[in-house]
Design a protein around this ligand. Structure first.
Ligand SMILES: C[S@@+](CC[C@H](N)C(=O)[O-])C[C@H]1O[C@@H](n2cnc3c(N)ncnc32)[C@H](O)[C@@H]1O
Ligand SMILES: [Zn+2]
Length: 282
C-alpha cells in the first residue's frame, strides 16, 4: 500500500500507527500492539472492528453505480469537486463513503502530488475503489465510528451522497484543510421520483447537513449544479439500481413502470456542493 497513506492511518483498536507486514503469503497492516488488519488480494485493507450495523451498498448497487458513472452521467459532480479542489496542494485527500472511487480519482487528476484514501463500509465498493486510480488506497471503515486516521492527517475531505460525521471529519482534517460535501438538491431526479415512485429527497436535507456540521465546521460557500440528462430506459434502470430506492421499491412493478417511459427519458441531476472550513476552537 502507498506508504504516504499508511503513515497517516491509525489502528482502529488502539489508535497507534500501522506498518505493512508480510504474514506468510499475504499482507496486513499491524500496530505495535500486534492488532492486525488483512489487506485483501483485491488491494484494500479491512479496518473494521466488531459488528457493523449496516454493510453499505451491495455488489449489485456498486456494479450499477460503476456502470452509470462510467457513462459520464454524473460528471457534473466530479467537475464541481475538481473545480472546488484545484486551488490547493494536498498530501492526502480522503473520501468518506467513496463508493467506486470515481469522484476521488477525478480530484487526484487535478492534484498530481496528492494521494487518495477511499473509505467505505462496503466490500464491493472498496474492491472497486482499490483499482480506481494508481494513487488511491482503499480501506473498509465505518463513518459512524472513529475513523482510522491520525488527527489532522487530511488536507481535503470529500463526502458525496454518503453519511457525515462532523466530529470525526473535524478531527482528521488538517488546520486550513477543507471539507467538500455533495448532497442532492430537492429536485434531484425529480422526474423519476414522480414517474416511478422513487424515494423523494428529504426537503429538510440542507438543514440536516448544516446541523451535522454545526460546531465542527463553518460553511464557506454553497453552489448548486444542475443538468438535464437524456437517458435510455436501460440507463434509467441502472440509475435506479444504484440508489436507495433499490432497497425500498418492488422490483417487478418498478421494471414495468420503467418499461413504459418514453425515450429519451429526461432526468434532472441537481446537487448542492458545500465547502466547509474547520471551526476555530472555542
Ligand atoms: C450513494 S453511495 C455514494 C458513493 C460515492 N460517494 C459516489 O457518489 O459515487 C453511498 C456510499 O456510502 C457508503 N456507506 C454507507 N454507510 C456508510 C458508513 N456508515 N460508513 C462508510 N460508508 C458508508 C455506501 O456503501 C456507498 O458506497
Ligand atoms: Zn492497535
Amino acid at each position: 500500500m502507498d506508504p504516504r497513506v499508511v503513515a497517516r492511518l491509525r489502528c482502529p483498536v488502539c489508535h497507534d500507527s500501522l506498518t505493512e507486514v508480510d504474514t506468510g503469503g499475504s499482507r496486513a497492516l499491524r500496530c505495535p500492539r500486534r492488532h492486525s488488519f488483512d489487506i485483501a488480494r483485491q488491494g484494500y485493507v479491512n479496518l473494521l472492528t466488531g459488528r457493523v450495523a449496516h454493510s453499505g451498498d451491495t455488489a449489485g448497487m456498486i456494479a450499477a453505480r460503476a456502470d452509470f458513472l462510467s457513462g459520464g452521467h454524473f460528471d457534473i459532480v466530479s467537475t464541481a469537486l475538481t473545480e472546488a479542489a484545484s486551488a490547493d496542494a494536498y498530501p492526502l485527500v480522503v473520501d468518506a463513503g467513496a463508493g467506486t472511487g470515481r469522484h476521488l480519482s477525478s480530484v487526484l487528476e487535478v492534484a498530481p502530488e496528492a494521494v487518495g484514501l477511499a473509505l467505505d463500509v462496503s466490500k464491493s465498493a472498496s474492491r472497486r475503489a482499490a483499482r480506481a486510480h494508481p494513487r488511491v488506497t482503499a480501506a473498509l471503515a465505518d463513518t459512524w465510528r472513529r475513523l482510522p486516521l491520525a488527527d489532522a492527517s487530511a488536507a481535503l475531505l470529500l463526502n458525496v451522497f454518503a453519511p457525515r460525521n462532523g466530529a470525526e471529519f473535524r478531527r482528521v482534517l488538517a488546520p486550513g484543510g477543507r471539507l467538500l460535501v455533495v448532497t442532492p438538491a430537492t429536485d434531484h431526479l425529480t422526474e423519476l421520483v414522480t414517474a416511478l415512485g422513487l424515494l423523494r429527497v428529504d426537503p429538510t436535507k440542507a438543514d440536516r447537513v448544516a446541523a451535522s456540521m454545526a460546531g465542527h465546521f463553518t460553511e464557506e460557500s454553497t453552489t448548486v449544479h444542475r443538468q438535464v440528462l437524456a437517458l435510455s430506459r436501460a440507463e434509467v434502470a441502472t440509475l435506479v439500481g444504484m440508489g436507495p430506492s433499490a432497497w425500498h421499491t418492488d422490483p417487478v412493478g418498478l421494471a414495468a413502470r420503467i418499461g413504459v417511459l418514453a425515450e429519451p427519458v429526461r432526468v434532472t441531476v441537481a446537487v448542492r456542493l458545500g465547502t466547509y472550513r474547520p471551526a476555530s476552537p472555542v
